[in-house]
Design a protein around this ligand. Sequence first.
Ligand code: ZN
Length: 98
Amino acid sequence: MPHCQNCGFRWTWSDMILVAFKGNMPCPNCRKDQYVQSGRNLFGAFLVVMPFVLLFSYLTSDFGFSWLLAITGFMFYMTLGTLAGPFFYKLSNTKKRS
Ligand SMILES: [Zn+2]
């Protein structure tokens, strides 16, 4: 889990979920605003991987393509991305990417 770039406080998973949705949030320890980095990159990676996963499941499935399967797969990936996100995010003191 990421640490605050100002005081080194280790953020919790639920804090990271909140900051990922809001973009920035004050540190629970020192109250300095921290910004999320790399979150968009992870989201982008999922969007890139998704079509290949769907294509693969289409080619390997005997039932053929179904929208229900596609939507379920998409929801699964979004949920997985959200749940796994905090492990890949980094905190920053500024909004700018370094
Ligand atoms: Zn802090």
